[in-house]
Design a protein around this ligand. Structure first.
Ligand SMILES: C[S@@+](CC[C@H](N)C(=O)[O-])C[C@H]1O[C@@H](n2cnc3c(N)ncnc32)[C@H](O)[C@@H]1O
Length: 221
């Protein structure tokens, strides 16, 4: 499958053109679990501008890692490091958790980044990743999104390839979680999801969107 080419330096406004509501996002639930597990430090791979650190609210030490200089320059939290998900600047088994949220579809081979997360997390530690489904937003994209290298349909299986089937837990959603009030919101949403502008002309707002995706947890044994 084809990885989605990152555009965070070429078009930094695109990824920020529509702010998702917390209710449909994974940052809050992932943060709560990382806090509840009393993790000593969490590495946020593909941290972007640090929205996961917002959800953590300083309750667990956080280190952000991203490949994009622009995302790191705009990051709202520190410390951040520039590195690739497949080559993390940490030793073996040295952190309690790694999260890689909404980013594995940018990698040609997400298993390489998963193996790298597994390398740096301690035995007993947690890794969290997530993905949208190709069948996400059916009201806006009736034919489905083009396949990527890490879609919710195969995400759990891909994680299990690296961590083992017994190490993986999956949380799925399939609910009307987003409401787009008017044409401007539909257009902004389409842009943020790399959809052609014409999809906004084919629907009549207000529009309720069924969000489909999954969060996958893996515990290193
Ligand atoms: C959709 S954003 C997600 C940001 C953040 N995880 C969040 O949930 O808000 C994807 C991020 O992954 C980063 N990224 C893409 N490929 C990467 C790679 N190979 N290594 C590290 N970061 C990468 C991008 O620069 C971007 O900041």
């Amino acid at each position: 499958m084809t990885a989605l080419p990152p555009d965070y330096d070429a078009d930094p406004g695109r990824s920020r053109s529509f702010r998702l509501g917390w209710q449909e996002d994974v940052h809050g639930p992932v943060a709560e679990r990382v806090v509840a597990e009393r993790v000593d430090v969490v590495v946020d791979v593909g941290c972007g501008i640090g929205r996961f650190a917002d959800a953590l609210g300083g309750r667990v030490p956080w280190v952000g890692v991203d490949r994009s200089p622009r995302q790191l320059a705009d990051a709202l939290h520190r410390p951040v490091l520039r590195a690739d998900a497949t080559e993390l600047p940490f030793g073996d088994a040295c952190v309690g958790a790694v999260v890689a949220l909404w980013m594995l579809y940018h990698l040609d081979e997400p298993r390489h980044a998963l193996a790298e997360a597994r390398r740096v997390v301690r035995p007993g530690g947690l890794v969290a990743v997530c993905a949208s489904a190709r069948s996400n937003d059916p009201e806006l994209v009736p034919g489905g999104y083009p396949p990527t290298s890490f879609d919710a349909e195969e995400a759990a299986e891909t994680v299990a390839d690296v961590f083992g089937p017994d190490a993986v837990e999956v949380v799925r959603w399939d609910e009307p979680l987003v409401r787009l009030a008017d044409r401007d919101e539909v257009a902004a949403y389409a842009r943020s999801h790399l959809l052609p502008a014409r999809v906004a002309d084919a629907v009549e707002p207000p529009l309720s969107l069924t969000k489909r995706g999954c969060l996958v947890w893996a515990r290193r044994t």
